[in-house]
Ligand binder design. Structure first.
Ligand SMILES: CC/C=C\C/C=C\C/C=C\C/C=C/C(=O)SCCNC(=O)CCNC(=O)[C@H](O)C(C)(C)COP(=O)(O)OP(=O)(O)OC[C@H]1O[C@@H](n2cnc3c(N)ncnc32)[C@H](O)[C@@H]1OP(=O)(O)O
Length: 277
């Protein structure tokens, strides 16, 4: 039976209340029989990743790991969008302190998600540009509904996908395809993404998406967990360590980059274009 709990507890009823009071940006459903968790991003309208949403995700991921959850399906409550990527307002005219705090939380969240010992599936129920694509790529398996867009489109915004975003893509679709996609800032349709292996499976609709995500999870739960997670971390450790060993440098790149007047101009124009749509 599924029990809906908000950000998160595998513990007592009173701690459910505490977490629910803290935020409703992430809904968490736990299958109490299997220990599989559905983490649903819930920041309407498009799940743009601001500090608060990232913090809620990070807190949930820490809890999942501590409580030894058996698997996690990442999806969103939005009808049209998995995640619109980083919240552009976090990068548009922030203070240095705010930008630093934001970037640190993005790094924390990515490290936890990418290194999660339990199986992770992205059930991509809508558009998934840039940081949204990063979240999906950080899971082990990706399933997507038809006729939506996914990719690292940063170049098209006049910004640059950080090295670790690029590494994630390279690890999935290979260096040549990733280089082409990153230079052009390509947003792939779901169908194109399936062809190049950026996603693993297409679903017909949200119901089919969740069914396929559970099917994948059932397969994974049949494997010895320690062997499974050891192989996973073996594959991911170089990518993880590259960021872990250079977090400060990465943050400095980010800060120096976004504070350039040209970058601020691009962000302003892009934000205006989004509003005018
Ligand atoms: C050497 C280099 C070192 C370091 C690198 C430095 C810098 C680079 C750093 C980081 C990389 C950046 C990663 C990112 O993730 S940037 C974000 C990129 N995201 C996008 O391009 C997506 C933009 N959004 C869309 O295309 C559409 O919104 C979407 C297709 C997702 C959904 O379309 P829909 O028609 O359903 O909704 P909209 O009407 O467009 O949007 C509703 C509402 O939401 C606002 N919105 C949308 N996206 C964002 C966002 N990412 N951040 C903030 N706000 C967003 C949009 O303006 C609308 O607002 P309103 O008009 O007020 O309702």
């Amino acid at each position: 039976m599924f029990v809906l709990r908000q950000c998160l507890t595998l513990g007592t009823k009173s701690s459910v209340r505490n977490f629910a009071a803290a935020t409703n940006l992430v809904n968490v459903k736990i299958n109490e029989d299997t220990g599989v968790v559905i983490m649903e991003l819930n920041k309407p309208p498009v799940n743009s990743l601001n500090y608060e949403l990232l913090e809620a995700m990070h807190r949930t991921l820490v809890k999942l790991e501590n409580e030894r959850c058996s698997g996690m399906i990442l999806t969103s409550s939005s009808p049209n969008t998995f995640s619109a990527g980083l919240d552009l307002l976090e990068m548009y005219k922030p203070t240095v302190d705010k930008a630093r705090k934001f970037w640190g939380m993005l790094q924390n969240t990515w490290i936890k998600l990418y290194s999660a010992p339990y199986p992770t599936v992205a059930a991509i129920n809508g558009h998934s540009p840039a940081g949204g694509c990063l979240l999906a790529m950080s899971c082990e398996y990706r399933i997507m509904v038809p006729k939506k867009k996914i990719g690292l489109n940063e170049t098209q915004l006049g910004i640059v996908a950080p090295q670790w975003f690029q590494d994630c893509m390279k690890n999935i679709i290979g260096s040549r395809q990733a280089e082409k996609a990153l230079i052009a800032g390509t947003l792939f349709s779901s169908e194109e993404a399936a062809k190049i292996g950026l996603i693993d499976e297409l679903a017909t609709d949200k119901e089919d998406l969740m069914k396929k995500a559970h099917d994948f999870m059932d397969e994974q739960l049949g494997l010895p967990p320690l062997a499974r997670s050891t192989v996973k971390i073996g594959f991911r450790k170089d990518t993880l360590n590259r960021l872990i060993n250079s977090r400060e440098v990465d943050t400095k790149y980010f800060i120096d980059f976004i504070f350039q007047p040209k970058v601020q101009e691009s962000l302003e124009m892009y934000l205006q274009a989004l509003k005018k749509k």
